[in-house]
Design a protein around this ligand. Structure first.
Ligand code: 5GP
Length: 234
């Protein structure tokens, strides 16, 4: 059966599936610098589809709503149709990445409570930071919706942190994207993978896409993604 493509991004393709569901296919592409660097890493689509399924199931088990319905094939998930909001929501437990470049904050500083930030999905402008006024001006989210999303981010953090902690892993930060279902309810969409979170172990081994961002060989990146999936699947 020929699947009708609805949308394609740097690392995923959305296809029509049924009147309520889409298929979300994970590609083998890996990118950094808002698409400035791009490679093919064989097996990555499967690794990221499986990693996402583990985390979506974990959230659903903890009564947090996501678009996850089930697994379609090795690199494809069945997901609920959502109208996605073009905003990346980031929660940070430990300072690294863009925040230490943007603000006078030292690498490794611990945020208690965690910091939540909103960014516009706009590669050309390198995903600029948004405040509540910007979110309202662009008709992306009302203040109430933004606050609701912050609550969900905190809840997700508690669940994911505990899950990873029990496996000897430390969750530095993660990014989620939200969409609205047919009732206008805000639900977690997109992916939850090593492309969208930072995880290290107690010995400071990096498992996530920072390896690729730092220029490590694709074999090293793939091994980290594989090891991580094995750890979280145990
Ligand atoms: P930072 O703002 O420090 O670059 O990223 C914070 C967190 O959000 C990291 O876990 C990073 O992987 C994730 N993140 C930020 N921007 C993007 C993006 O454009 N795509 C993906 N997949 N993740 C992102």
């Amino acid at each position: 059966m020929e699947l009708k493509k609805v949308a394609e991004g740097k690392t995923k393709i959305v296809y029509e599936y049924s009147s309520s569901y889409y298929l979300l296919r994970f590609k083998d592409s890996i990118t950094a610098g808002d698409g400035a660097r791009k490679d093919e890493m064989s097996g990555k689509g499967t690794l990221n589809a499986r990693t996402s399924a583990v985390f979506f199931k974990l959230l659903e088990e903890n009564s947090i709503k996501t678009h996850f319905v089930g697994v379609y094939d090795d690199n494809t998930l069945i997901v609920k149709r959502l109208k996605m909001i073009p905003v990346e929501v980031v929660l940070r437990n430990i300072a690294t990445g863009s925040i230490v470049k943007r603000l006078p904050i030292k690498e490794g500083e611990v945020f208690d409570p965690p910091i939540v930030e909103f960014f516009l999905k706009d590669d050309l402008r390198h995903d600029p930071l948004l405040n509540y006024s910007h979110l309202r001006y662009f008709k992306l989210l009302t203040k109430e919706e933004a606050e609701r999303i912050e609550e969900v981010m905190m809840k997700v953090n508690v669940v994911m942190r505990k899950f990873l902690e029990e496996k000897g892993l430390i969750l530095y930060d993660f990014k989620l994207e939200f969409g609205k279902d047919e009732n206008g309810e805000l639900i977690i969409g997109d992916e939850i993978t090593l492309d969208s979170m930072r995880v290290r172990d107690k010995d400071n081994r990096i498992y996530d896409k920072d390896l690729y961002r730092r220029g490590e060989a694709l074999e090293v990146v793939r091994k980290a993604y594989e090891d991580f999936l094995n750890i979280i699947s145990r």
